[in-house]
Design a protein around this ligand. Structure first.
Ligand SMILES: [Zn+2]
Length: 516
């Protein structure tokens, strides 16, 4: 048999422990035909083979992101990007340009400004935006995503005035005369955001298709798309039917509308696969809604709370399992992780797919042992972990002792618990290399830093394992799917701080070169 595609002179990091490195790879159709030396691969080359001399570049298994919101990412890509603007004047020019191509009265949504980057060193004001786009409602998000600036048209469309009551958990800025300045913070941003119309299915399809291409460019060949809205069920079906999913998509559906995916046709080897059903046991640490055994350190009456009773959780896990899907329990606080494990321990033994807990953020020795015994895979988003420590101040809210047990990834790996990585894009930036970087350079509790090899495993082998796909994905081995990522340098040998800057040279999905 001859190869359709052959890579020679490469540094192949196979993630296969029996053959960790190789010089060359041959691909036939959508499968890996052979992994070996240049000499061995050359024997499979004939006149129809596309042969590429990689000149020492690194080939890793196609990278997998286990937590992404594809449609939201697509929507964000359609927004006006003002993240590079260094002055309010420059931002106004961009906005006015955008207004010219946007129909009068249509919304302009943007993101990425930061007053510290502006040479004027001040927040945006209503008048700044009115001057640039007087005929369009405008909402521009700060790069923290927690603040937005709006113009007069947006206020009018949203029916917001200086008399509007400030919602709890949010704030509104007023000037010395008590007038609105156009700045809304935290939950108050929703006062205006809720007036922005939902995109049509057609717009969403286009945006998500664009997002798919961005994802491939970042080196990913598979993603786990966590659906947020029911519209996305229709969207996934439409994208698949129109052949607009260039990478492998593992759909994960919230328990609230999971019945809608039951008639999905998919199998392990198709580009679209229905993976799991996500069940929320608790909320999030940053809003202090993650359920804890002991209260938050700086709020002695707040324990967070479970979103369902143990009985409800047990029932949901069993129902999902019985229907043939993977139950995925979102559990952040230690009490929620305990509840998730209770349900898992009572459930019938797993089939070929392991149990998955999303986050398992706050742990202790006992929970760790139960994760191991039950072969539960923990899925985390490394950039979110960095934010929890650096921005949310985990040590202050949880106390030093508990913060030590917040995402103790090295301890988990040492105990034999598998972990898979993701981005939570668009809440955090898309980039598996950035995720690996965060794991390797982790500044808080540096004893929990991972080696580059362990970090890479989270985006390859263990990311394939968590969805029960390790037999055909996650490593470069003969017979596995030809999903490959070619990197300009080797993440296992560059300086840790350089991992995030490694360029993606080429991406192969299902035997086809998608990025070159
Ligand atoms: Zn998410």
């Amino acid at each position: 048999m001859s190869a359709d595609l052959a890579f020679l002179n490469a540094n192949v990091r196979t993630m296969n422990p029996r053959q960790p490195t190789a010089q060359a790879v041959a691909v036939s159709k959508n499968k890996i035909l052979k992994v070996g030396s240049n000499q061995e691969i050359k024997q499979l080359i004939d006149k129809h083979t596309k042969t590429i001399d990689l000149k020492g570049k690194t080939v890793v298994p196609g990278l997998i992101d286990t937590h992404i919101h594809l449609a939201d990412f697509g929507r964000c890509l359609m927004w006006l990007d003002v993240s590079s603007t260094e002055s309010i004047v420059e931002l106004q020019e961009k906005l006015s340009e955008k207004a010219k191509e946007t129909g009068v009265e249509n919304w302009i949504v943007g993101r990425g400004w930061n007053e510290n980057r502006f040479k004027e060193k001040r927040l945006l004001e209503i008048a700044d935006l009115d001057a640039a786009a007087p005929n369009n409602p405008v909402i521009l998000y700060h790069d923290s995503a927690m603040i937005c600036a709006v113009n007069s048209k947006a206020l009018a469309k949203a029916g917001v005035s200086k008399k509007t009551i400030v919602p709890s958990g949010g704030s509104i800025d007023y000037d010395v005369k008590g007038e609105l300045t156009g700045i809304f913070r935290d939950s108050a941003t929703n006062l205006v955001w809720q007036a922005v119309p939902e995109p049509s299915l057609e717009e969403l399809t286009k945006a998500t298709a664009v997002a798919c291409h961005e994802i491939v460019k970042s080196g990913l060949t598979s993603v786990h798309w966590i659906l947020i809205s029911e519209t996305e069920v229709t969207l996934v079906k439409k994208l698949h039917a129109e052949g607009r999913l260039p990478l492998r998509v593992n759909v994960i559906v919230p328990e609230a509308f999971w019945e809608q995916i039951k008639n999905f046709q998919s199998n392990d080897l198709s580009m679209l696969r229905v993976g799991g059903v996500i069940i929320f046991a608790d909320g999030y640490l940053d809003s202090k809604t993650a359920s804890l055994f002991e209260p938050y350190d700086d709020e002695p009456s707040n324990y967070g709370k479970l979103l369902c009773t143990q009985q409800q959780l047990d029932l949901l896990v069993n129902t999902v399992l019985a229907a043939g899907y993977q139950p995925i329990v979102h559990a952040m606080g230690d009490k929620a992780v305990d509840a998730a494990l209770n349900a898992i321990e009572k459930a019938p033994k797993k089939g070929k797919v392991p149990f998955r807990i999303e986050q398992a953020a706050v742990l202790n020795q006992e929970l760790l042992e139960r994760l191991k015994v039950n072969d539960v895979v923990v899925t985390v988003q490394p950039k979110v972990i960095t934010t929890e420590f650096a921005v949310w101040s985990a040590t202050q809210h949880l106390g030093e002792q508990r913060a030590k047990w917040l995402h103790p990834l090295k301890t988990l790996l040492n105990a034999g618990v598998r972990i898979a990585g993701g981005s939570d894009c668009p809440m955090e930036p898309l980039s598996p290399l950035l995720g690996m970087h965060e794991l390797v350079v982790r500044p808080s509790f540096s004893e929990q830093r991972l080696s580059p090899q362990e970090a890479l495993r989270m985006y390859t082998l263990d990311a394939a394992y968590v969805s029960g796909e390790e037999n055909h994905k996650g490593s470069i081995e003969e017979g596995k799917l030809a999903d490959l990522t070619v990197l300009a340098s080797d993440p296992l040998t560059v300086k840790p701080e350089e991992i995030k800057d490694i360029a993606v040279s080429m991406v192969v999905v299902n035997g086809k070169i998608l990025k070159d």
